[in-house]
Design a protein around this ligand. Structure first.
Ligand code: FE2
Length: 379
């Protein structure tokens, strides 16, 4: 094993970190999509999100429409252009539907901007005050990998439903929740030899630390290979693993993403639940498609992870994966890509003490991804 699998406790990291960029959590994730109205219906129906806020022609926004969905602490914004002149079209033409903004909740968006830009971040949006009858918000933003943006959202002087300019979106269509609670981590795919650039970016510009590293010896099957480093902010609330393709016999799954996204971008968003069996059962009944796991995985599971609360037959029926570290275990499952381009997907995760990311599942998982790549002719 060549990984530097040290698993330091996040609290210890926090004590040592120079936290010039304190982050309270993920504020929202904004996707640019071809048809936000239909995408909103999909995420409500399948994943159990609720309508929260809306911006568009009816609220006086002539250029784009945005639908804000919520489930517990998770907020997703779906934005689509309303005419051919919108720069959002350039993003869509190149990348297809994908994550444009990872918005981070901060106490001071001006300081967050100054601290990161002075350390070399490329500006996306200078600190900007936006207000309505519910108060004001200050937003700023910097670019990260590809055309992806980190926005800093300061909302302590605001008590409206989402952000100034958005109206509350009242909908009679309220599918039940599937038990998704918060965003556990978000993973970025970067290009060949780009890993160190972005690890350094998160260290120097954002003040993050490198929690874990996996190299191509940890993460390779017969064909597909990648390297991964997990970056965490000082208080551990924000975790951004970064993947880079590695040489294998055939095409790396990360390279497939980069080919179809036509650049670097967000690979997956992991959302946490307190009851993964219930959540995944609901998601499947609503048509969410998950990767299927080879049956040998479950034959070896008990001896690999020891005693767990869940029944292994139930896990096998749903295709849920389990991994253990020094602090406990975790359960996880991955959807197939959420759109036609094989790019962004979701992970559903339940942590029972474990703070790691499922290294013990990589082999079975990647075999499953490779069989999908094979079908797509991209292996
Ligand atoms: Fe993940």
């Amino acid at each position: 094993m060549n990984s530097k699998d040290i698993a330091p406790s996040i609290q210890k990291v926090y004590a040592n970190a120079d936290d010039f960029l304190p982050l309270n959590g993920t504020d929202y994730v904004e996707f640019y999509v071809g048809n936000a109205k239909q995408a909103a219906h999909f995420y409500k129906t399948t994943f159990g999100f609720q309508s929260l806020a809306y911006k568009g022609l009816e609220t006086g926004c002539r250029d784009y429409a945005s639908y804000v969905l919520i489930q517990d602490k998770i907020r997703i914004v779906l934005t689509t252009p309303l005419n051919s002149k919108s720069p959002i079209n350039d993003h869509l033409r190149k990348h297809g539907d994908g994550v444009k903004m990872i918005a981070l909740w901060v106490d001071d968006a001006t300081k967050s901007y100054n601290e990161t830009v002075s350390r070399g971040a490329k500006s996306f949006m200078e600190p900007t005050k936006e207000e309505d009858e519910f108060g004001f918000v200050i937003r700023s933003g910097v670019y990260t990998y590809g055309e992806t943006v980190h926005l800093f959202i300061e909302r302590k002087n605001y008590n409206g439903v989402f952000l100034p300019g958005y109206a509350a979106w009242h909908s009679d269509y309220k599918p039940t929740s599937t038990g998704l609670k918060y965003i556990d981590h978000m993973v970025g795919n970067v290009g060949w030899n780009e890993m160190n650039t972005w690890v350094e970016y998160y260290q120097k510009v954002m003040g993050f630390v490198n929690l874990l590293s996996f190299d191509d010896k940890d993460i390779s099957t017969e064909y597909s290979a990648l390297m991964s480093k997990v970056m965490s902010n000082g208080n551990g609330r924000i975790k951004f693993p970064i993947n880079e393709p590695a040489e294998g016999k055939k095409k790396s799954q990360i390279e497939e993403y980069i080919d179809f996204y036509e650049g670097q971008g967000v690979q997956h968003i992991a959302m946490a639940t307190d009851n993964i069996i219930q959540t995944v059962t609901l998601l499947m009944s609503r048509g969410v498609e998950f990767l299927t796991i080879p049956s040998y995985y479950y034959k070896e599971l008990q001896s690999r992870v020891g005693k767990i609360d869940e029944n292994i037959d139930d896990l096998e029926k749903l295709g849920i994966l389990v991994d253990r570290d020094d602090e406990g275990y975790m359960l996880q499952i991955f959807t197939k890509p959420l759109e036609d381009r094989p790019t962004v997907f979701f992970e559903i995760i339940q942590r029972k003490g474990a703070t790691s990311f499922g290294k013990g599942n990589f082999k079975a998982l990647f075999e499953s991804i490779e069989s999908e790549q094979e079908k797509r002719g991209t292996l």
